[in-house]
Design a protein around this ligand. Structure first.
Ligand SMILES: [Zn+2]
Ligand SMILES: [Zn+2]
Length: 89
């Protein structure tokens, strides 16, 4: 038996989370690295558009993976810090 080269972690996590059948989720991965760039290979994710940066298609990502979303949360933290330290009593 030499057919066990397929690692569970390489299956599409999005489809697995969505409760898709084994056939569907094992037929592709969520991302593929193409010449150093991480492209979305999941057809389900490709249909979605990021509501933060508008990325879609092969550039689509989930909210939690959005580079701009991460920047936004850092900004929020900075704002909070600013407010707290800027309060003059
Ligand atoms: Zn998928
Ligand atoms: Zn995004």
């Amino acid at each position: 038996m030499r057919t066990r080269g397929f690692v569970a972690g390489e299956w599409c996590r999005l489809c697995r989370n969505n409760g898709e059948t084994f056939e569907v989720l094992s037929s592709h991965t969520l991302h593929a690295d193409v010449v150093g760039t991480r492209l979305t290979t999941c057809p389900v994710l490709q249909q979605l558009m990021c509501d933060i940066c508008g990325a879609t298609g092969v550039l689509a990502q989930t909210r939690s993976h959005c580079p701009e979303g991460r920047a936004a949360s850092v900004m929020l933290q900075l704002k909070k810090t600013e407010r707290r330290s800027g309060r003059i009593v």
